[in-house]
Ligand binder design. Structure first.
Ligand code: PLP
Length: 385
């Protein structure tokens, strides 16, 4: 056994188990009404990024079916070879128009966008200053870029300024990297203050707005909550959350997306998205840009919940309740499950040590009585665990 390579892996898994951080895959069958069937139990899910319920929308489903009939099931090659089916152009033009940007480049996912775009635009003579709570894909993109990188304390623009004062002059370009909505906290970045610093120190903002797109700024995204709209060099988004489909994108000046086509390895060396997926995204963007009532709903539902649960007012459709230890959080999530709800128990390494938490995501199709019932449970949970 000692000489068996699998022994190393058994030990690793045992260590993860010992810290209550073991993850396992559970089959989850989601249905139209925000319910999920998990381990034989039908639960109301507050643990899904399908903010507008578009994964189950008939228009998206029909658009996908029609695209399969017309173009087949797969792209067949990288976009750079023969996988750039006509639906891509339609989707990219639609996103550029909606997000008021010069051009768009669609990637295979949000994760692939971050790991492609950052090393394509930043290299060893450049400086990246980024929020400490940035997503794993951003961290990986930064590592791949070989640029000098400095973390700033979460949402602390004074810290950003101190870093810039000390370091900016030593580098060619400087990128300030943050998220519109922080995925594990649900708070938003102060993009107005950040764009002031960007101007002052000749830096450019890269914004990952995976959770803002489709929900904030009338669906256009987080920066459109501010007036005047802060200048963002590269807007990064995903089509796999509010848009109910799959894929990621950069909205940026055309010269940057030209560079993506030539330098972003996660775009060049991978097969294009299936036509059905791109067709669903087109249908989704058309809904997001026209159905203002639907777009407002996730945040409205989050507000109802926070009022009822006596939590601070939400800034997005994500609400978290930090409980501290992994054990406490798992216990709380089990209690909630017994009451018929599914709420994610988020633990390290996804979040920093001792900040394990319940993470609630609010969607347009949640019913008011479900939200109120869950809020009641949460109001009592701190006394129980
Ligand atoms: C902030 C952030 N960026 C990027 C991603 C990756 O997006 P995708 O799921 O499309 O790969 C996520 C997804 O969890 C995210 O939360």
């Amino acid at each position: 056994m000692e000489n068996d390579v699998k022994h190393i892996f058994y030990n690793e898994i045992r260590k993860i188990k010992d810290t209550s951080q073991l993850r396992i895959l559970n089959e989850s069958y989601r249905s139209k009404d925000s319910k999920v069937l998990r381990n034989g139990k039908r639960l109301i899910s507050f643990s899904c990024n399908d903010y507008l319920g578009l994964t189950q929308n008939e228009t998206l489903i029909n658009a996908s079916i029609n695209a399969i009939k017309k173009y087949g099931t797969g792209a067949g090659a990288s976009r750079l070879v023969s996988g750039n089916h006509p639906l891509y152009t339609k989707l990219e033009n639609l996103i550029s128009n909606f997000k008021l940007g010069e051009s768009t480049c669609v990637f295979g996912s949000g994760f692939l966008t971050n790991t492609g775009v950052i090393p394509a635009i930043a290299s060893k003579n450049d400086l990246i200053v980024y929020d400490e709570l940035s997503h794993a894909s951003t961290n990986l993109g930064i590592k791949l870029s070989k640029a000098k990188n400095i973390k700033f304390m979460h949402n602390d623009n004074n810290h950003v300024e101190n870093i810039l004062k000390k370091n900016r002059s030593q580098y060619r370009s400087c990128f300030l990297l943050t998220e519109g909505v922080f995925s594990m906290d649900g708070d938003t970045a102060d993009l107005k203050a950040l764009s002031f610093l960007a101007k002052k120190y000749n830096a450019s903002i890269i914004l990952d707005d995976a959770h803002g797109f489709g929900v904030l700024g009338e669906g256009r995204g987080s920066q459109f909550e501010f007036k005047p709209t802060p200048e963002i060099l590269v807007q990064i988004g995903t089509l796999s959350k509010a848009a109910g489909s799959y894929g990621g994108f950069t909205v940026a000046p055309k010269i940057i997306n030209d560079l993506m086509h030539n330098k972003a390895r996660s775009l060049i060396y991978t097969t294009g998205l299936p036509p059905a997926t791109v067709a669903a995204s087109i249908a989704a963007i058309n809904i997001i840009r026209t159905d203002k009532k639907l777009v407002k709903k996730p945040l409205e539902n989050a507000v109802t919940f926070c009022k009822e649960a006596q939590l601070p007012m939400p800034q997005s459709s994500i609400v978290t309740l930090i409980l501290g230890t992994e054990k406490k959080t798992l216990k709380a999530s089990r209690i909630i499950e017994k009451e018929g709800f599914y709420v994610g128990a988020i633990r390290p390494p996804t979040v920093p040590p001792n900040t394990s938490r319940l993470r609630f995501t609010f969607c347009a199709n949640h019913k008011k009585n479900e939200i109120i019932k869950l809020a009641k449970i949460i109001r009592n949970i701190r006394d129980i665990i």
